[in-house]
Design a protein around this ligand. Structure first.
Ligand code: FAD
Length: 681
């Protein structure tokens, strides 16, 4: 019998947090249903693919990280295609489609995808399907789902074209392409699924995580195909119980002492801001510059790990060692044992330090949970939440409130997934970055940082609110050792603990190397952190070189109330008195007299952008006439966008140019690294 050769295509991904990877894996898995074979590789596995000789269609799925940077595992690839020596027909033979993931809350939306696309085109590659730009700020699925749906037809047509061009795939095209196999219709699939369709539960008046209302509870559902299992996990009893002290050792990871903890806000402030001082004197690799940030490694909360162990029925096996291997006959393309889970660690270690157990379960995870849910009402609701028809409910009850798997399992008591499923679906526990809020010249051997304790409110499915993982953990760690400004430090304060940290590389968010260059800093709330470092450094430099020329410095700061959450007030006023800070512009969003006209920002600057507008002439002068720099730090969701729009307005008005020209000027400033952002959301 002749062996059938299925037409092949290539899927390449670059992924920071695993989203692009899981979409790419999904494409590779589905290929078979379309009579195709997908060769899946990560962009950094360049031994597995060869674009220089590739004749099959290539699908790229890439995310963007930081300030428009490629993900770590796409970095080398992006660098390699940017080489100026490549000729304009280097990729003439290449046919590609690209799905770019990004977040419009950050600058340089989908920049990595856009860069790859631009270079592919400059090097002669041909696009066979329009590029998708998915926005995590509003929900990736809004773009990803329809993009994936159209992809198969586009691949088929691309292969068809190649075939008609004399390609060897000639007779294979269109062999067995199903109409739409991504969404197996529940209404028409298995008998058990059909029985689940009837709303078996009483129709509730209001929808919630566990209850739906018409029309959703009465509709036929399109649920995603069941993700194939790919791991075998076993637990072995061991003789000795290890003590878990922290994440696994890495060269760059240091266990440093918290030497001071200060609460910067008053007790009645809406958010609690804390400053921690770390003693890094013993670690030369922690030597930092103002503008640098560093990672804090935090564990999952012991109570949540414990609860999860109970919920999985594994409380008595917590000290067993976990062995993970790849399922031999798995259908999952590119399946790998997660690299972030070391072999032979205990189950307790795995749940404490390796998996982000609070991550929001993706739809594929919900789909997999359906198979382990006994109660038909709960099964139906889980199906709804991962279905096309239930997308709005998924956003409302799962994604927006950042529901965790534990909260989901609590709401769906008849769901009992095996441990394997959690290891297959939960991502790596990420360290949390924080900006240095000090200069080593002012505080030798010390590193300061500032954070707000994140408070996540209760919601449907979460009866009690919770704190952010890292900030909540730090808050608990340092209490009751926290001191309040103005209050004398007691010599009997309880000793503070140590935490695991490592420095993050950064080369651009730094004060201008030439001290005569003027610069503007915009940093409301904890966004002021790096600028405290900038100004401490500047003050030290001024004292050492009193004759040197120093450019003007501006700081735009904002908070809710002057008396409650004006962070670093004394220090900032001190910088002004010493002449280190030329202009300090502060606004308070909630301190208003009743008779105040709040309709115009001129009458009442509430937010940093209002103060920028009030000083537009100076801003333009520094940025566009004196070749100065502008730094923005803090909240990515609202502030950074508002500041960007205000800058556009300022440029338009001051230079009398149109929107397009203002955009070009701002883009130019970014390119010259004179408009820099360090933002988070
Ligand atoms: P997590 O447990 O990670 O929870 C945060 C998540 O909870 C949010 O992403 C959101 O999904 C969810 N959430 C938050 N509020 C709500 C809500 N009301 N309802 C529902 N869900 C909600 N932070 C600082 O405070 N200071 C800094 O100097 C600083 N520097 C940074 C520098 C960089 C380069 C980056 C990338 C980030 C920085 N951050 C900083 C942010 C910081 O890394 C953490 O993200 C932040 O402290 C929250 O961490 P967490 O673990 O406590 O919260």
């Amino acid at each position: 019998m002749p062996c059938e050769v299925k037409p092949r295509f290539v899927v390449l991904y670059g992924s920071q947090k695993g989203q692009a990877q899981s979409i790419a894996e999904g494409i590779a898995e589905e290929a078979e249903a379309y009579g195709l074979v997908a060769d899946l590789s990560c962009l950094n596995e360049n031994e597995k693919y060869n674009l220089e000789k590739e004749s099959a269609p290539v699908v790229f799925v890439v995310s963007t990280t930081g300030d428009g940077e490629p993900p770590d595992n796409a970095f080398q690839f992006v660098k390699s295609i940017k080489r100026k020596t490549l000729s304009t027909d280097h990729y003439k033979h290449l046919c590609y489609a690209l799905l770019a993931l990004g977040d419009t809350n950050y600058a340089n939306f989908c920049n990595c995808g856009k860069t790859i696309e631009r270079r592919l085109q400059e090097l002669g590659a041909k696009q066979f399907y329009a590029t998708g730009y998915a926005d995590d700020g509003v929900g990736l699925e809004l773009v990803v789902d329809p993009w994936l749906k159209g992809l198969w037809k586009a691949i088929k047509e691309s292969l068809s074209k190649m075939a008609s061009d004399g390609n060897a795939y000639l007779k294979k095209i269109g062999a067995s392409v199903p109409t739409d196999s991504k969404f197996a219709s529940v209404a028409s699939s298995s008998a058990s699924a059909v029985s689940d369709l009837k709303p078996a539960f009483p129709v509730a008046l209001a929808a919630s995580l566990t209850c739906s209302v018409p029309p959703l509870c009465e509709s036929s559902l399109n649920v995603p195909a069941l993700p194939p299992a790919y791991l075998d996990v076993s637990l072995q009893e061991v003789d000795t119980v290890e003590e878990i002290v922290g994440p696994l050792h890495k060269e760059t990871l240091h266990h440093v002492q918290i030497s001071k903890a200060v609460q910067l806000t008053r007790g009645d402030a809406v958010k609690t801001a804390l400053l921690l001082e770390l003693d890094i004197s013993a670690y030369p690799t922690m030597a930092y510059q103002p503008g640098d940030s560093f990672d804090v490694f935090c564990p999952n909360r012991a109570a949540e790990v414990d609860h999860l162990l109970h919920r999985l029925g594994l409380q008595n096996q917590r000290n067993h060692h976990v062995t993970i291997s790849l399922k031999k006959d798995t259908k999952k393309k590119g399946a790998q044992v997660p690299s972030y889970i070391p072999q032979d660690v205990s189950l307790l270690f795995l749940l404490t330090w390796c998996l982000e157990i609070r991550s929001v379960p993706k739809k594929a995870f919900l789909r997999a949970l359906v198979e382990h849910t006994r109660d038909s009402t709960q099964r139906r609701r889980l199906q709804e939440l991962c279905s096309k028809q239930g997308a709005a409910d998924y956003n409302l009850y799962v994604r927006d409130p950042s529901l965790s798997v534990l909260e989901l399992l609590t709401a769906f008591p008849s769901c009992s997934p095996p441990l394997t499923l959690l290891i297959e679906h939960l991502p790596k526990l990420q360290s949390r970055p924080y900006s240095a809020a000090s200069s080593h010249l002012r505080h030798p051997g010390k590193l300061h940082f500032v954070f707000n304790v994140v408070e996540i409110p209760a919601c449907s499915g979460r009866p009690a609110g919770r704190r952010g993982l890292c900030t909540g953990w730090l808050f608990d760690l340092i209490n009751p050792g926290v001191v309040f400004p103005g209050k004398a430090e007691s010599s009997s304060s309880p000793a503070l603990p140590k935490i695991h940290v490592s420095l993050r590389p950064n080369s651009s968010f730094r004060p201008p190397p030439d001290p005569s260059v003027p610069f503007i800093m915009v940093g409301p709330g904890t966004g002021v952190a790096p600028f405290i470092g900038f100004l401490q450094q500047r003050e030290e430099e001024r004292q050492k070189n009193p004759k040197a020329v120093f450019g003007e410095t501006w700081l735009f700061f904002g908070c809710r109330h002057r008396e409650r959450d004006y962070l670093f007030r004394e220090e900032l006023e001190g910088f002004v008195s010493s002449g280190t800070l030329s202009h300090l512009k502060v606004c308070f969003s909630r301190d208003h007299r009743e008779d105040e006209d709040t309709t115009t920002s001129a009458a009442c600057p509430r937010y940093v952008q209002h103060n920028l507008l009030l000083n537009s002439q100076h801003v333009t002068d520094i940025l566009l006439r004196q070749n100065g720099c502008l730094y923005v730090c803090g909240d990515a969701k609202n502030m950074a966008k508002d500041v960007n729009e205000t800058l556009m307005e300022i440029i338009k008005t001051e230079l009398q140019v149109d929107q397009l020209e203002a955009m070009k000027r701002l883009a130019g400033l970014r390119e010259e690294k004179r408009y820099l952002q360090d933002i988070w959301g």
